[in-house]
Ligand binder design. Structure first.
Ligand code: NDP
Length: 399
């Protein structure tokens, strides 16, 4: 029997939904590169229901308990008196979503001598100290591709809302106004602008494809160059550095993973290489940016706007300056947790668990760490190391 701890965000304030806005949830047949959607032997939930909150339990309880395992589900994840900390001592598997991450620091891993696997229900395993996982021979797996396209849609929404000044304009309507000049004094067309992505992986490339019909000039930088056919199809300009890209782009979107070498890649110095009045969209990870440098750049006008859904830590304390800085379009971390995406990553989590318990290999594309080293997607996109430093501040959220 294994003990599994599943850390999930809280249910809606009004309680777990009894009905939904739509009766079904549309899904693609496969991902754009041909990768299949998750293929577990079964699922015990209705696609399109809320799975990522505590009562949704990622749809895992029936499967795990009928196989004799113990499932602990909680949203209490930060601080020494959290349920996560109290339950860790005999846990074999910890599951959490990046939206409400169980920060698996070296200290926590040391408190869990039986821990064999940490699963990210979603994408992005920077909330786990990968070095400590390597040392302890703990498998780290995530559900690659499960919400990449969901995030790309959010990126496009945020680019448009920033450039066209959507949020302040909406607020004028709600306030009872008709203040057209106030709305349009910061409103532009996206057409003909230069838009660049830092990383052209699953999300970054999807963003480029979605933006092509807007007749923008598309730019990218990545550690590996895209095939020439893709560069031609999208008329892409490739840059060998972030600096070269930011110097010419009106809109910059960050779509690379967080690991020690990418932490604070956008800082006071690198922001000087942006065009004055650029928009920065970050749905990748909050720590890619220096928190205070972003605030200063918005206050000085070096950035015209900043939008995204990723913060550090998560949840951010009530006094986190990104809640109140000018010209921002922040949301909580939701882009990859639409009901559509939840169906896919809950199904993928079930697939990973079935493989683990049946002794079958976990898909290579789901692996970040295995056998004491980076593996699968982890070996391609991450570096060994630890990006969890400072995560203890998440404890301040409710205080
Ligand atoms: P992919 O692995 O498909 O893409 C990541 C890309 O980043 C790869 O092409 C990789 O390059 C590139 N990369 C890595 N390091 C650098 C660097 N230093 N400079 C430029 N490019 C770099 O992942 P996804 O596109 O699916 O996801 C990307 C990130 O987005 C995730 O790691 C996660 O942090 C975040 N995310 C956020 C979500 C949300 O809800 N907001 C949900 C899903 C993901 P190469 O492989 O060529 O070396």
């Amino acid at each position: 029997m294994a003990k599994i701890i599943c850390v999930l965000y809280d249910d809606p304030i009004a309680g777990y939904p009894k009905s939904y806005a739509r009766d079904d949830v549309a899904q693609p047949e496969h991902y754009p590169d041909g990768q299949t959607l998750p293929t577990p032997k079964g699922i015990d939930f209705k696609p399109g229901t809320l799975l990522g909150s505590v009562s949704g339990e990622l749809g895992l309880r029936k499967y795990l308990e009928s196989n004799g395992h113990q499932l602990v589900v909680t949203s209490s994840k930060d601080g020494a008196d959290s349920v996560l900390d109290r339950e860790l001592h005999d846990a074999e598997i910890v599951i959490s979503q990046p939206f409400w991450p169980a920060y698996m620091t070296a200290e926590r891993i040391a408190k869990a001598p039986k821990l064999k696997m940490i699963v990210t229900a979603g994408i992005g395993s920077d909330h786990i100290d990968l070095e400590a996982a390597n040392t302890r021979n703990i498998t780290v797996a995530e559900v690659t591709y499960s919400n990449s396209n969901s995030v790309a849609e959010h990126v496009v929404m945020m680019i448009l809302s920033q450039v066209r000044n959507y949020i302040p304009s909406y607020n004028w309507v709600v306030k009872g106004g008709w203040n057209i000049a106030d709305c349009v004094e910061r409103s532009y067309d996206l057409e003909a602008m230069s838009v660049g992505t830092v990383a052209a992986g699953r999300i970054g490339l999807r963003v480029l494809r979605l933006l092509k019909p807007f007749d923008v000039k598309l730019h990218y930088t990545d550690r590996h160059r895209l095939p020439e056919s893709v560069e031609k199809e999208l008329n892409l300009t490739h840059h060998t550095s972030v600096e070269s890209l930011t110097k010419v782009c009106d809109v910059v979107t960050l779509n690379c993973p967080l690991y020690p070498e990418t932490e604070h890649m956008i800082n006071e110095t690198t922001l000087k290489n942006f065009k004055r009045g650029a928009y920065l969209i970050n749905t990748a990870r909050g720590k890619l940016c220096d928190r205070d440098a972003i605030v200063s750049a918005l206050e000085s006008g070096q950035l015209a706007g900043y939008a995204g859904d990723v913060w550090f830590p998560q949840p951010p304390p009530a006094d986190h300056p990104w809640r109140h800085m000018p010209n921002h379009g922040m949301t909580p971390h939701i882009s990859g947790s639409s009901l559509t995406a939840q169906t896919r990553y809950a199904t993928g989590t079930r697939e990973i668990l079935e493989c683990y318990f049946e002794g079958r290999p976990i898909r290579d594309e789901y692996l970040i760490v295995q056998g004491g080293k980076l593996a699968g997607v982890g070996a391609h996109s991450y570096s060994e190391g630890n990006a969890t430093k400072g995560s203890e501040e998440a404890e301040r959220f409710k205080k």
